[in-house]
Design a protein around this ligand. Sequence first.
Ligand SMILES: NC(=O)c1ccc[n+]([C@@H]2O[C@H](COP(=O)([O-])OP(=O)(O)OC[C@H]3O[C@@H](n4cnc5c(N)ncnc54)[C@H](O)[C@@H]3O)[C@@H](O)[C@H]2O)c1
Length: 422
Amino acid sequence: MGSRKSRIPGARAPTLVRVITIAAPREPSPETRVALVPDVVRGLVRSGHQVLVESGAGTASHHPDDAYAAAGAAVVPAIDLGAVDILVHVTPLPAAALLRLRPGAVTLGLQAPLDDADRLAAANARRLTVLAFERLPRTSRAQAMDVLSSQALAAGYRAVLEAAIRLPRFFPLAMTAAGTVPPAKVVVLGAGVAGLQAIATARRLGAKVAANDIRPESAEEVRSVGATFIDVGLAGEAGAGVGGYARSLGRSAAQAQQAALAPHIADADVLITTAAVPGRRAPLLVTAAMVAAMRPGSVVVDLAAAGGGNVEGSRPGVDATVPSARGGGAITLVGLASAPADLPTDASRLYAKNVAGVVALLTGADGGLVVPLDDDIIDGMALTHDGATRHGLGAPPAQDAGVVAPAVTPGGAPAPEHAEPR
Ligand SMILES: NC(=O)c1ccc[n+]([C@@H]2O[C@H](COP(=O)([O-])OP(=O)(O)OC[C@H]3O[C@@H](n4cnc5c(N)ncnc54)[C@H](O)[C@@H]3O)[C@@H](O)[C@H]2O)c1
């Protein structure tokens, strides 16, 4: 951490102002996002921070070096990690990079898997504070820093566009002299941040949308964005986890859900799945037979493909074809690998704003780096600090409504209480 003398107007003597050096590296391929964008750099520099950006860091997200330089960053061919106070990133940093940071430095970004032994050991060897966005408390105060939400927003929007471009039909109703084209029917499973955005996007494109989620409050949320709620007849609290999140369904409830969803899916032109349970493999909601029961030409987009998949047979980054049991063609099954990275300009913009929110919490009254573990946000996010791995590696402890319950054991393995019908 550097320092400089500055004369504060009206002050009698020069005051020592400390400076935090924040750096954003070029992300490894295939990541297209970047942790800082020029607009956010401008704000950080205005707040007195020094910002280093590795040359080319913003190229894939269309934020050129010149724009960073104009915003006040030093654009460097390679970051001198030993001189950095806060390294901000999207892709988890390799252990080798952690070992090159100065003792006591902070890293801030996505860190999954949170229990990577090599990275934790490297971080502790350098007494680093590793802050994981995955462990940010989902509280009202933390919303401006909520990377999971900002990136889920991008993912939900992108999922609908991926479906629309592959669907051999219109989304909206079209009444023309040549006849009437009915609107596409879209089913969305999982109505969290990504699912609600997918519903809203499909509605804006003119589709008829129905959706299901297992949290009791989701029915009202689904209706509020203009979709029909598919009631699968779950007993009130069957899908309710702690703090407003879902829990894994038991086997019989999951089978009942599949049976109730099957006719809706068979009748849909597009199925978009976004379901997740914090700390666990994505629940399998749709079997291969349920996909095959759809009409030829229909499209399934599985946003959870990288987390194990909501749809049997989906693979991240792969478009598969599933022969329709009705004959006459196939269904396209799209496994999205990293949907936010397909919208890198805006996804990076939102990510960088989230980053700046956390940096503000790490800035002391004198402008220097602080790690306030008595702040629930920093406490929740800190995987390591001062040579030790901190409490639990799952989701952060409950804070207020809309909070993730830790659904993993201290070792990071999924708790075994509920089996998924795979
Ligand atoms: N700051 C905040 O207060 C805050 C921030 C973000 C989200 N939230 C709330 O947290 C909740 C979930 O948000 P998320 O998008 O991060 O969730 P998520 O990514 O963990 O899960 C996505 C959705 O999948 C659903 N789901 C899980 N299992 C399912 C199943 N078997 N069948 C159908 N759906 C299933 C979940 O209920 C959730 O809505 C929402 O209520 C959201 O409003 C609160």
